[in-house]
Structure formats: C-alpha cells, structure tokens
Design a protein around this ligand. Sequence first.
Ligand code: NAD
Length: 270
Amino acid sequence: MHARDSAGPSAQYPIARPADPGAVAALRQLVRAARRIVAFTGAGISTESGIPDYRGPGGVWSSGRPPTLGDFLEREEIRLEYWQHRRDHYPAMAALEPNAGHRALAALERDGLLAGIVTQNIDGLHQKAGNNPSRVVELHGTTHLVRCLSCGTTWPSEEIQHRLAAEPLPICTLCGGDLRSATVLFGEAMPTEPLRLAIDLARACDLMLVVGSSLIVQPAARIPELAKQSGAKLAMVNREPTPLDKIADALVRGDAGPVLSAVAAPALRQ
Ligand code: NAD
C-alpha cells in the first residue's frame, strides 16, 4: 500500500450492527431541529461501499507503514509500484457505488438541511451520490484526478489510466515532472483552501454530523471540535469510540448506512 488512495475495494464489511433505537431517535431530533447541518465524514462512511477504512481490516494501517511524500519522490521503485497498483486497481475503485449513508446525506442536501460536507475521503462517493460538488470539501484531495508534482497541472485519472498500458511510469507531458493522484500524502501539508472552506463551514453550522471517522488524523479532526466551540451541536455516528464522544450531544454507535437512512427519511421529519 502506498498512499491514502491505494486502498482497493474489498468485501471486508458485510456485517450490519443494529444501533440503539433511543440513540437514533435522539439524533433524529437534533437533525429535525437543525437549520444548517454540516457533515464531517471519514473512511467509515465508505466501508459499506466496499472500501476498507484506514485502521480496520484490510486498511493501510494493518498492512505496514504508509509511504511518505519523501519516499515517493526519492525512490523510483516506489513510484513504479504505485503506478502498477493504480493501473490494476483504479478501474475497480472508479466503479464503486455510493451506499445508503452517502445517499442519505444527498437527501438531506436536497431537502435544504445540509449546507455542506467536509470529507477526509478521496473516493468521490458523495458527489456520485448526488451532493453538489461545490458543497463537498475534500480535505485530502481526490483519487479521480492526477496532478504533476512540479507544475501542478491536473488531468482526469481516466486519461492517465489510458497511458499506463504503454508507460509504466507516466510523467507530466508539459514539464516532465512526476505525477501522482491529487491526494495528500503522509508528510505533505494539507492544501490551505479546503482547510479554509472547512473552517468556514464549521463556524457557520448549527449541527456538525460526524460519520465514520476515528478523528485521529490531524488537522482534519480539529474541524468538529471547532464547530462545537463555535456553538453548534455535535453528533457522532461511528462503529467505535472517538476522542470527541465526551463532548457529543448525540452519539450513535452503529453502521452509517442504516443509521443515516433512518435519520434522513422525509417521513420521519416534521
Ligand atoms: P479511520 O479508518 O481512521 O476511521 C474510520 C472510523 O469509521 C473507525 O472509527 C471505524 O470504527 C468507523 N467505521 C467503519 N465502518 C463504519 C460504518 N460502516 N459505519 C460507521 N462507522 C464506521 O478513517 P478516517 O478517520 O477517515 O481517517 C483515515 C484517513 O484515511 C483519512 O485521512 C482518509 O483520507 C483516508 N482514507 C480514505 C478512504 C476513502 O476515501 N474511502 C479509505 C481509507 C482511508
């Protein structure tokens, strides 16, 4: 595994864990009372689409130290392996479909309740589910674009994918620089613009709905805390405990798909 975007599709997460109905009802009430919800999502919202999360089974964390930007730039064999992996696995990643959790957030946006999504994911599934791309802030970039590390030009990943049959190590056609997917690597600073947009959303929401994130990766994990400090309610939907559970106004331990579907269903709102 070489990067945040190298986790391939998998069928590791078939189990549905029933959530406590009382906790779901409490969350539904918060959603009902809110006027400007912002969702903060992590790898957990996409496990039900078949993408392993970071620290779960099949995730990067369980298969060795993730590579850094330095590794990538300094070692040609790492770049070769990266592109070979991408040639073989990107098509399956691009074919993945959003699940009930993604669709529920799209429904909340259609209903005028969801102002935006701040995501740590690079899989593009929120946009595929129907959320307006201009309202999805991708803190760690996207796997669906490839960027030149020297001049910054980007291409659709699909276009570079076609070149991989003949070029095991594609380079920038404009400046000869190294190419990589447009995602943030370990050792690389997070781009400032998405972070600024995320901070603005956090400061202006009245409910921050955190879904499927361990809240360990910084500085991303500071965003929900900032929302709470700015006066918003904080709700968590996650399979496991997180460091912010103690300040949450609603806490649902369970799977994102069924929980968010129950919360977003129009019939359940006033
Ligand atoms: P993480 O792996 O650290 O934590 C995921 C959390 O989601 C865990 O606490 C887990 O218990 C929970 N979870 C798993 N499946 C769930 C489900 N169905 N419903 C509810 N909760 C569920 O992920 P993170 O906090 O996003 O941080 C990891 C980093 O990995 C991010 O920076 C992200 O860029 C990257 N990543 C992205 C993807 C993706 O794009 N889909 C996949 C793997 C890793």
